[in-house]
Design a protein around this ligand. Structure first.
Ligand SMILES: Nc1ncnc2c1ncn2[C@@H]1O[C@H](COP(=O)(O)OP(=O)(O)OP(=O)(O)O)[C@@H](O)[C@H]1O
Ligand SMILES: Nc1ncnc2c1ncn2[C@@H]1O[C@H](COP(=O)(O)OP(=O)(O)OP(=O)(O)O)[C@@H](O)[C@H]1O
Ligand SMILES: [Mg+2]
Ligand SMILES: [Mg+2]
Lengths: 260, 260
């Protein structure tokens, strides 16, 4: 889950889409790769009480499962701490520095069907590690003008990683977040994105087969409230727009990836 | 203007507060220190047509004024390009790498009364350069739970820079952005922040005399629309909530800094 534009709904989507997929019976692991550790906070995990976190997984190195925390049935979180901010500098000189996470994920058979990685708002080494370790990229996008600006450089980075490091990498989909669909701006930006993606069809780009999900996540204050209770929208507001939207997105996502 | 949390209104505040201060007769320079170059885009500056940008100012080195673009009377922007992303790696080994921007600003008498620097959503080298070069820090904050989480590490970073590199550095103020003041969440978070800042009074911290501005910037779609017209809210929607809020913030800001 990546987009270098800040505050577009990356963490909120990893947490709530992850919970909705887990609720549908998939065994899901959420990886917090952001030193801000917002995903870790979202599930009420106290960073100070952790013996292991993503920093140890990347640098010690420790197996991913040794840092994993089960938060709900079928749903596990691998937490982050602020130490992760140092990882970028510490890994900068390593051989194949973009592939450290990939190595970790390959070391052992992970007991999860799905792994969702929450990235920081940058295209730095942590995000490159995520892009090198996975096969599908999800792009959360707030339908605002400034958020649209960065899409080009994000796609270029995906293409570079696919060409040089991780050939199977492709953009699985784009999901609109924090939508105020009554506004002209949102409709214009969404139309722009849909058109851009339609024109890329069949042209052999890593995003040529990307799905622009029909489900748009509406702006809904309960989605911003639930992290303060350390839980997801499915528990905090099961009948809210937020829950309906993420359940509907989970169905579309599972179909797009051919799950079950 | 800094906050490592993404999407909290940093760029929007630099652009519109800057314009409101310029409108009030102050000579203002806005510096884009984010490789996403959203501030540059906000003023309709085409990054591809630039001879010089902040990358050159930091690395060539070139004087700040050689890259400056006048966008309105009293208002100048020093643009960024994506190249700035490379500056972090290129400067990483330099002696006193946090003080490159400070050196540039000291080289010549700048013809501006005020300089506002827009930072990327991180506490990396570009943000450290901004914190080392200025005397006051403004913290834009969306009154959401996740946005509150990062305030601690941001203040710690300010304290470290003040202790080791830039002793006069202090937090001038906190401004609430994208406020939905009818929500319980916003009121709770704002009360938390006001209390935290009140308790720090007189304790000799760089934020002990910080003002939590009375003016809260309300969520207003026109603020998200104006960048697509390459202008600020003062031109695009002069009678909107967005314009009123930023004009009122400019008055409070000028008073807090003792301008005029
Ligand atoms: N659909 C929504 N409706 C209302 N608020 C939302 C919604 N989605 C996210 N939020 C809130 O908006 C803010 C930004 O979302 P979030 O933190 O998930 O974005 P992000 O892309 O992960 O940010 P960062 O770039 O800092 O990692 C958070 O405070 C979150 O609680
Ligand atoms: N008061 C507001 N009302 C409505 N939309 C706003 C408001 N302030 C900012 N926005 C919009 O919200 C988004 C985030 O704001 P902005 O880009 O200024 O934040 P930022 O902190 O600079 O983000 P980044 O961390 O990516 O640099 C933008 O699309 C902007 O147009
Ligand atoms: Mg996040
Ligand atoms: Mg910005």
């Amino acid at each position: 889950m990546t987009n270098q534009k800040g505050g577009v709904g990356k963490t909120t989507t990893v947490a709530n889409l992850g919970a909705a997929l887990a609720g549908a019976g998939h065994s899901v692991c959420l990886v917090d790769l952001d030193p801000q550790a917002n995903l870790t906070t979202h599930f009420g995990i106290n960073a100070r009480s952790l013996k292991r976190s993503m920093y140890d997984v990347l640098l010690e190195p420790a197996a991913l499962t040794t840092a994993a925390v089960m938060v709900e049935p079928n749903l596990t979180v691998v937490p982050a701490t602020i130490d992760l901010a140092a990882a970028e500098a510490e890994l900068a000189g390593a051989v194949g520095r973009e592939q450290i996470l990939r190595d970790r994920l390959r070391e052992a058979d992970l007991p999860y069907e799905l792994l969702l990685v929450d990235c920081p708002p940058s295209l730095g080494l942590l995000t490159l590690n995520a892009l090198s370790a996975v096969e599908e990229v999800l792009i959360p996008l707030q339908p605002h003008f400034l958020a649209l600006q960065g899409l080009g450089s994000l796609l270029e980075t995906v293409e570079l990683v696919a060409r040089r490091i991780n050939p199977p990498l492709r953009v699985a989909g784009v999901v609109f977040c924090m939508c105020e669909s009554a506004t002209k701006l949102a409709n214009e930006v969404m139309a722009d994105v849909r058109q851009f993606m339609a024109e890329a069809r069949g042209r052999g780009k890593p995003w040529s087969e990307a799905v622009v999900f029909e489900t748009a996540i509406r702006r809904n204050i309960k989605l911003a409230e639930c992290p303060s209770y350390g839980t997801t929208i499915l528990h905090y507001g099961p009948h809210s727009n937020g829950a309906m939207d993420y359940i509907s997105l989970a169905k579309e996502f599972a179909a797009a990836l051919g799950l079950k």
